[in-house]
Design a protein around this ligand. Sequence first.
Ligand SMILES: [Fe+2]
Length: 399
Amino acid sequence: MKTLYYKFMAFVVTWLLRLLPRNAPVVYKGVNSALVLCEQVAILGFTRVLIVTDNFLGNSGILDGIKSTLTTSSVEFVVFDGVLPDPAFDQVQAGEAVYRSEGCQAVIAVGGGSVLDAAKMIAMLHTNPGPLKSFDGIQKSKKPGATLFAIPTTAGTGSEITLAAIITDPVTHRKIPVVDSKMIPGYVALDAEIMKGMPPGITAATGMDALTHAVESYLSKASSEATEIQARAAIRLIFKYLVSAYRDGSDMEARDGMAVASFYAGAAFGKTSVGYVHGIAHQLGRVCGTPHGNANAMVLPEVLAAYGDCVYPRLAELARLVGVGEAGASDSQLAAQFIQAIVDLRQEMELPLQPKDLKAQDIPGIVEEALAEAGGLYPVPRYMSADEVKHIVTGLLAA
Ligand SMILES: [Fe+2]
């Protein structure tokens, strides 16, 4: 009975994602493209903008070039640097209050996934009355948000191209998923220079998030030729550049490759959604506070192995794509070699294998919520049983 419900939900989600009207952002790419984007702010006629960021980035000097380019272009700016990880309602409301009281005309988001999500919601809240709770769900806003310029400082979340944001209700502590195609940023800069200060651990974790987006999108039943092209491009770039970006943050070619990979992966999963890796990773974040990219890396190979033969042909294609496995190998052999290549990537970047503070008594709740999330929201290649998900999560205790 539950499987029937899951199948119905997968059908609904697939068609919603396919049919939602969405605008493609204007993308500027390459070293110093963030500054080109700032010049465009003026060309588009904006004279006063709100820069949304977090306190660390606000004090890091990363905004210096952005500020001076805006000033040279005669664009005034106000900085709101109050975004915290997993942004909550109060930060969105505070940012929107600054936007309104300062008479801003557009938002420039400079940061990782949390900053981009908060900026999306600030832009939406400005043109839609709220309360923020009313955005919970799919396409709940009536009007497009304020114009949003996005400058991601990490390469992984894909938030610069997705139609989703997560904000936390401080009363219930619930993470509210907002899915609205009116929230996609209008202008994006994929600037390797902005990303070069990202520490190795964050580079590795966010890169594995991007890999998970691309692989889960490729396996999704909602995938199409267009999303498969984007997912394959992302996976090819990640296998080529992630370790180099991790080892040498100033490798501009690798940073550039990862920025593009994250964008393509975001574009792909924004149309197909994800799968059990995210279903489990979100619970590890909720229960153990595990950073999202790390949580994905902890379970990606294990989930792929658990899917079994229904994903062998797809994973074999990915093995050929990234050049692992031998000619003449069977699909199951190639699938195993692709999974092993992900394990090797994880090991090479010394990513943690266990969530801190995961306790045996937490596992039933994690399994229940992961099954509900993946089954109810994602067009997964096949539905897993509670025992299968429990086996994966229990494995994290002993990893
Ligand atoms: Fe993710």
